[in-house]
Design a protein around this ligand. Structure first.
Ligand code: GNR
Ligand code: NI
Length: 174
């Protein structure tokens, strides 16, 4: 088990377009496992590879926190093959933008095609929080953070607050 630290914005590693995985092999499975461990350790419901400094198109999600049976998904090369016209607005947060939240509107439902842990092609139709989370994670693979879906006024406010928090945590120069 390897818990990797989550990179926080602003950081150029969160802005890259990730590369498709050729095949889900042991190396990709190890990344998926590390990402799940890191996500649970950080109390997140999802995590994308660039948040732990890896440029492969891999995401993990587990939105079953309050449910009895935990259910996680590990996805390589996720693609959206269909989205609903209907939208859903949810107050999003991001481990890469700690303590910052804003309402984001996205398609309410999405059908996702991806490769699972066994390199099998699968499809999943998601709604509610799961749909929000998968779309949020997929954005990360193209260097997009949730603040890019809100007004520049709100985005700048969040980025300024984050810079301030980061400054407070810096060790003062002696
Ligand atoms: O833990 C997370 N919670 C969350 C809440 C609302 C919408 C999206 C998310 S994803 C986030 C973890 C994260 O930053 N994944 O990239
Ligand atoms: Ni995020």
């Amino acid at each position: 088990m390897a818990i990797r630290p989550v990179i926080t914005a602003p950081d150029p590693r969160l802005k890259v377009t990730c590369k498709a995985v050729e095949k889900v092999d042991d190396s990709v499975r190890r990344l998926m496992k590390d990402m799940l461990d890191s996500m649970y350790a950080a109390n997140g419901i999802g995590l994308a590879a660039p948040q732990v400094g890896d440029r492969r198109r891999v995401i993990v999600v587990d939105c079953s926190r309050d449910k009895k049976v935990p259910k996680h998904y590990c996805m390589a090369n996720p693609e959206i093959v269909w989205t609903s016209e209907e939208t859903f607005t949810y107050e999003e947060g991001c481990l890469s933008l700690p303590e910052q939240y804003a309402d984001v509107t996205r398609p309410a439902r999405a059908r996702i095609r991806y490769l699972d842990e066994e390199n099998e092609i699968r499809e999943l139709e998601a709604e509610g929080l799961l749909a929000v989370c998968i779309q949020h994670e997929m954005d990360h693979l193209d260097g997009v953070l949730f603040v890019e879906h809100i007004s520049s006024l709100k985005r700048n406010m969040i980025m300024r607050r984050l810079a301030k928090i980061k400054r407070l945590h810096e060790t003062p120069a002696v």
